[in-house]
Design a protein around this ligand. Structure first.
Ligand SMILES: Nc1nc2c(ncn2[C@@H]2O[C@H](COP(=O)(O)OP(=O)(O)OP(=O)(O)O)[C@@H](O)[C@H]2O)c(=O)[nH]1
Ligand SMILES: [Mg+2]
Length: 469
């Protein structure tokens, strides 16, 4: 069995899907790229081989779009089939390949009314464009080799970033930092494979003993690089999705008051009646740079009301998915049983609320955090405790590299393949089998940047985008 290292030609290349078969999108797509609703300006984009001719059919101005210098805005009008004015616009042409998508791209800035924007888009459809799918502009940029898959994914991370750290991480990924690391791993794997392939070709006995140690050392180094990326997955999840912090406890303890305090506005109803909150309510908050998804829940008590029991069942489900649980109790009231659990649990903070009121004797020796949602006392200490609990394990602001779940899946497979190769080196030393495992690793690592296995992942990656991006 002989396997060539044919993938080496893909190293460092960003041509991705275009690497195997040149994918030239024949269709021209159009979409409104700004959010729905009213605004001063909206942007309609057209991309593809007919973008300029479509622009020419719908535009009326001093100069014709095919004559426009690239990237320069021109004032004019978009007109209907019968030549009626639809809107006064600014139009620019970004000629291939120097455009976001790598195809000819037209940008039309029109007035940001819902109807007028729809009519401009309509004019594009009428003259030959079709509606773009979510993320299709960025997908084209990827297919045209303008960016690798990690950079395309960074575009959506950047759009969704809610904190400075998340934004910095997305920007660096967009610059290609993760792509570079992946390219290094692939280069090392290809070198390793080349050595193994050579021993298949030139040696009867397999790998020579002195070569053996060297190869094992190089495989270990590849393994270390993969592991170093894998440990950033938790940080990646937190930056992209936020940490789930669930506030729970008995009714009337002050859970909703705490949510409102942490958010800085009166989001949920607070009242002295027990059982005020009936449903789980989620809000996002930026806690000193860390995106946190805060959940207020229905208070726990024995209830005969079916609606309340459903609320409590939701509380329990939320608790199961929590990264961190805040157990809120009213220190003015007697302590309920089974609190030791709360104190000991690494992902739970016991919080004694209503510190402005006299403390019930039960809490005398309890060293839990004390806060008052009424006065704001102790809230800074609570924020610091929340951050230290979640930050200690997962967040390293000095390292903005943070892989996503898809990358984690590919890299885990790559690591398994490396481990198999390692075992084969130890056991049989059969270069053919080692090469087989290393090729598996190479393929899995290649999937991260979209160099291989592209067809299966395109929909799931770009489906998360907004239309027009
Ligand atoms: N004195 C004092 N009262 C508080 C404090 N925090 C909350 N309260 C009051 O306690 C009562 C219950 O507050 P909520 O925030 O609605 O309590 P909850 O835990 O959400 O209650 P349920 O939704 O019924 O489970 C309200 O009357 C609040 O004004 C506090 O720190 N001090
Ligand atoms: Mg409540």
């Amino acid at each position: 069995m002989h396997r060539s290292v044919e993938e080496s030609s893909l190293l460092g290349s960003r041509s991705s899907a275009a690497g195997d078969s040149e994918v030239i999108p024949a269709e021209t797509i159009a979409a409104i790229s700004t959010p729905a609703g009213e605004g001063a300006i909206a942007l309609v984009r057209i991309s593809g081989p007919n973008a300029i001719s479509i622009a020419n059919k719908i535009f009326r101005g001093k100069e014709l779009p095919p004559k426009f210098a690239s990237h320069v805005q021109h004032l004019g009008e978009v007109v209907s089939e019968s030549g009626e004015l639809i809107d006064q616009v600014m139009m620019s042409i970004h000629r291939a390949p120097a455009s976001y998508t790598g195809d000819d791209l037209v940008e039309i800035s029109c007035h940001g009314g819902t109807l007028v924007t729809a009519k401009v888009l309509e004019a594009c459809f009428r003259t030959g464009a079709r509606a773009a799918r979510p993320g299709e502009f960025t997908e084209r940029a990827f297919l045209n080799g303008k960016m690798d898959l990690t950079q395309a994914e960074a575009v959506i991370d950047l759009i969704r970033a809610r904190t400075d750290l998340a934004l910095r991480s997305a920007t660096e990924q967009l610059e290609g930092k993760l792509g570079e690391k992946i390219a290094n791993i692939r280069r090392d794997l290809v070198d390793l494979l080349a050595h193994i392939e050579a021993s298949i070709d030139f040696s009867e006995e397999g790998i020579a003993p002195d070569e053996d140690d060297k190869l094992r050392g190089r495989l270990d180094s590849v393994r270390e690089q993969i592991v170093a990326l894998l440990v950033t997955a938790d940080q990646g999840r937190i930056l992209r999705e936020g940490v789930r912090v669930v506030i729970y406890g008995a009714t009337n303890a002050g859970k909703s008051s705490l949510l409102n305090r942490l958010l800085g506005y009166e989001r949920v109803i607070v009242s002295e009646a027990h059982g005020t909150t009936r449903d789980t309510i989620e809000e996002s908050v930026n806690l000193r740079g860390v995106p946190v998804r805060l959940l207020d829940t229905a208070g726990l008590r024995t209830s005969t009301s079916e609606i309340e029991r459903e609320g409590i069942a939701r509380t329990e489900r939320s608790l199961q998915k929590a990264d961190l649980r805040l157990h809120i109790v009213d220190r003015n009231a007697p302590a309920p049983g089974h609190l030791e659990q709360s104190m000991k649990n690494g992902n739970e903070i016991l919080v004694l609320n209503k510190s402005d009121l006299p403390e019930h004797g039960d809490w005398k020796n309890c060293n839990a955090l004390r806060i008052s949602c009424a006065t704001g006392d102790g809230l800074n200490a609570l924020e610091a405790e929340i951050l230290s609990r979640i930050g200690k394990q997962s967040l390293r602001p000095e390292n903005t590299l943070a892989i996503n779940l898809r990358h984690r899946d590919c890299l885990r497979r790559a690591l398994e393949a490396c481990d198999r190769a390692h075992k084969t080196m130890e056991d049989t030393k059969s270069p053919e089998y080692i090469a087989l495992d290393l090729n598996d690793a190479l393929r899995a690592v290649g999937e991260v940047i979209g160099a291989v296995g592209v067809e299966q992942i395109l929909d799931s990656v770009f489906g998360q985008f907004c239309i027009g991006k």
